[in-house]
Each structure stands twice: as C-alpha cells, then as structure tokens.
Ligand binder design. Sequence first.
Ligand code: GLN
Length: 343
Amino acid sequence: MAKILHRYYEIKDYKKTTSIVENAMKKARSVIPQGQVATYIPELGKVDSNQLGICIYPLTGKKVCLGDYDRRFTIQSISKVMMLVAALEICGKERVFELTGAEPSGEAFNSIVELDRENSKPYNPLINSGAIAICGMLTKEISFQDILRYTRKVCNDADIILNEEVYDSEIKTCSRNRSIAYLLESKNIINGDVDDILRFYTKCCSMSVTAESLATMARILCNDGVGEESTKRYMSASTARIVKTLMLTCGMYDGSGTFAINVGIPSKSGVGGGLMSVSDKRAGIGVFGPALDPKGNSIAGIQLLKEISNKLTLNLFYDPEWDEPQKESNFADQIMNHHFQSK
Ligand code: GLN
C-alpha cells in the first residue's frame, strides 16, 4: 500500500512561520508595481494585478494559507505539468523524450527560433513548443475532460472548471502557438488535426485553479506521487522525479537559473500569475500573484518565495547562514597559502 514516504519536514511553530510569511508578503507586495498582468491574452489583462496569495502544504501537519490563496485564476503553463504527467504515464518516458528534449532552451516560453533549426525538436516539455508536441501525442489517447478530471483529483478541488472567457480570448489570438503547431507539423513532430491539438492545449491552460489547489498537487509531487490520505498513488515515483527535475531546470523558462539560485525550489510558472513549487520531501507550495516580470513569471510570487525559501528551510540547498550578513571570506588567503605551500 502506498504511504507517506517522508516525514522529516514539519512546521513546528505555526505562529513563527505565519509571521515569516506575512513579512515576506509585505516585501513581495512592494515589487508588484514593477510588474504587469499579461495582456497578450486579452482576458488576462482584466485581472487585478494587486492580488497575492500563498498556500504552503507540508508533508506532515497543517497548511499555512495567506492572502488571496483561494482566488481563482487560470492555470496557464502550470498545466504543462499535468500534460507531462499524463504523457509519461500513458506513453512512457521513451516516447516522451523522443518527441522533446530535456534541456533548458534559454529562450522565452513561446519562442519559435530554436525550433526552426534543422533536426531540432522542442528543447523540453515545459515550453510551449514542447507542450504542444506533447498535446499532439496526448490527443490520440485522451480528451480534455480526462485532464480536467485528473487535475481536479490531484488538486483535491472539484470546483476547477474551464474558464470559457479566457479560453475564447486565447484561442482567437494564439497566432504564435498556431505557428509553433504548424512548424511542429512540418517537422512531423505532430500529426493530426492542428486545430484539435491547439484547442486541447489552450483548454488545459484555461482551467481555473487556486494557490491552494496548486499546493495540493505540489504536495503529491513532493511525496513521490502519493496523496495526502497516504493510501493513493496519483503517478509513479519515476514520473514525479522526472517532472520535479524538469521543473528545477526548465520550469521558470529563461529565468530558471537565477530562480534556482535565489529560491532553490523546483517550480512551474504560468502567465495567469500562478506558481507551483515542490520543496521535495518537505512541502507543496502554491502562489498567486498576477503581475508578471518580463519573462512572464509572477514578480511578487518570486519575491515571496525568495524571502521564505531559506528561512523556512524549503530551499533544496538550504544554508543556515544564507540570510546572515556576509562574513568576510578568507578563501583567497587560504588558496594562496595552499598554493605557496605546495610549491
Ligand atoms: N496559454 C499560454 C500560452 O500558451 C501559457 C503561457 C504561460 O503560462 N507561460 O501562451
């Protein structure tokens, strides 16, 4: 029987944790004016950019939820995680990585340039070209309703629906994704009805979630595929591991490296302002902050995670001295001494 696999992380002092997160929210709010809501999907342009919420769902113990953690927003690119999980589970990793690579692209999420090089396939499944390629494979196996049902289950949220306004708004204006899909077709990476594949992809992006629902799915990934009630497996451990690894290296697009240095938690962003973060074996985290930085990632969400990741020991590379004033380093001296001694 499946079970909670890891219990060593626990929030012990809820009052202290809450006050750390509250302070971090204050700091994060101050960067909101530097960001902007996405407008290339016209409907997203109507969203109030001042919202900010977080839900931290540890493997053991209660959730910590603050701010707009229960507001609904569209999942957008975080659904690439659901698509990838479904593809790995249904088609297997060999087929998935025949179709797409597993490397960061270093380009924007909706870039087409690297795909147009000869013999190239999408760099990874977490950018638009990779996800659309995955959708080409998935539409032969399942329907959007299957993804929706699965998302409701892993998020433990029966209220997730297709946001029709956002879907209509995107499907009418998605010339760029359409170009990507046709380029994929020209390279035989997808075959099948391009419109069907684009509709499937765009519907997946238009599911309405909350920060709390994302934290619930993230917690399953944390626990190597096993859910809260500790009896149910939602994906294989190897699927969870592949997804987490790609989230760490590619989940924040061309901001993935800087994010890894500052936050150190595998995460996936969406232009709806969501972030789903997996602090492995510790906690699932969902964040909502719709003002975006130029790379299309939640500007306040990143700031918030940056403030808490090390303080709450959620950073994969936790360093007890990280938040302390930098000590003077005697590295150079040591190296020099070593150098002279060894001569
Ligand atoms: N639906 C969006 C798109 O395809 C998702 C992009 C994102 O969230 N980064 O452009």
